[in-house]
Design a binder for this molecule. Structure first.
Ligand code: SAM
Length: 324
């Protein structure tokens, strides 16, 4: 499956719900959210059918995301069904990790390969302030549960926000010394009409890496985990088991190597995280029509690069809406 610029598209990010047990300051408004009505949301059977139709066109890797995917009931049932689709080689999950201690084993047993945990602080009171929910959550316990269940690699994604958690960069980096975890620092993206996403709060990745090097010494280049799909660049504290990476949507773009499309919870195939390039699959699917012409149209329209930097703050959709 190639798009109009010859990029091979083999990676689908599937948002299975718009709901979340967090209300992160940079992702969702605190209240007044209108949730998608249940009938609009794709069933697990419908999601699986879309994957079944895309796999013969070259789809190989999936990521389940949201919203918070673990709040949708029976997630292992979906993983099991996707695992059974011919051609699918890799299934990953993005989660805030709150439910990982209870769910990691069942998810692994259902066929989940690996997990990305989003965690912006190691201090419970700060997690509660950024997530605006106090669930007395310990990210290190959740990541340990994922590793113990055999999920591999375990990546920990940290959105660095000036004045909110940028003083914890070194603490997150230190986790990689004894644990085989891959900590990735993400530049805050000014998406949605949300307070807390101002450009002034973005911490450029160069600054993050300089802080880590100042504490731990010069970092070594590292290959990064096998089966990485994405845009992170990896480095290692000398002798550490895990790695450190940065994801730099603001200071560098990686549109040239973009290998992904996204499926929203209500069945829209989006070919770029930013902007409004999408085709609606749900009604065609429910009418029993073939989806291939719609996939082809979507890929023909996939833009060469995103326009994040050209848009004003507030002009973009929050990730909770489009599936992060
Ligand atoms: N709930 C799941 C999770 O926590 O990973 C999946 C969805 S969440 C929207 C996916 C990722 O998007 C998280 O790592 C989150 O921190 C990130 N994210 C959301 N809004 C962002 C923003 N404005 N800038 C940077 N990252 C953002």
């Amino acid at each position: 499956m190639r798009d109009q610029f010859g990029r091979s598209i083999e990676y689908l990010r599937i948002s299975i719900t718009d709901r979340c047990n967090f209300r992160c300051i940079y992702c969702m408004p605190e209240r007044g959210i209108t949730w998608l009505p249940k009938p609009d949301i794709l069933s697990y059977e419908e999601i699986t059918e879309i994957v079944r139709q895309l796999a013969p066109l070259g789809l190989r890797r999936l990521r389940i995301t949201g919203g918070e995917p673990t709040v949708r009931p029976e997630l292992p049932t979906l993983i099991r069904a996707l695992r059974a689709v011919d051609g699918i080689e890799d299934i990953a999950l993005s989660t805030n990790g709150v439910k990982l201690p209870q769910m990691a084993e069942a998810l692994r047993a259902a066929g989940l390969d690996r997990v990305n945990m989003s965690s912006d602080s190691l201090r419970p009171e700060r997690i509660a302030a950024i997530a605006r929910r106090d669930l007395s959550f310990d990210p290190a316990i959740a990541a340990t549960a994922a590793t113990a269940a055999g999920l591999d690699p375990v990546k920990i994604n940290v959105v660095v926000i000036r004045g909110a958690n940028d003083d914890e960069v070194e603490d997150f980096a230190a986790l990689t010394i004894a644990q085989p975890w891959h900590v990735r620092f993400i530049e805050l993206m000014p998406v949605g009409d949300l307070a807390g996403t101002e450009f002034a709060r973005v911490v450029p990745s160069e600054e993050v890496l300089a802080r880590v090097a100042a504490r731990f010494g010069a970092l070594e280049e590292a290959a990064g985990p096998a089966r990485g799909n994405g845009p992170a660049r990896y480095q290692r504290i000398p002798g550490a088991r895990g790695t450190i990476g940065v994801i730099t949507p603001l200071t560098h773009t990686y549109c040239d190597s973009c290998n992904r499309v996204r499926l929203t919870a209500d069945g829209r195939l989006r070919t770029c995280l930013y902007g409004d390039h999408e085709v609606k699959l749900r009604d065609a699917l429910r009418a029993g029509e073939p989806l291939r012409p719609l996939f082809e149209r979507a890929l023909a329209e996939k833009p060469r690069e995103h326009e994040l930097l050209k848009l004003k703050v507030g002009g973009l959709k929050a990730l909770s809406e489009v599936g992060g």
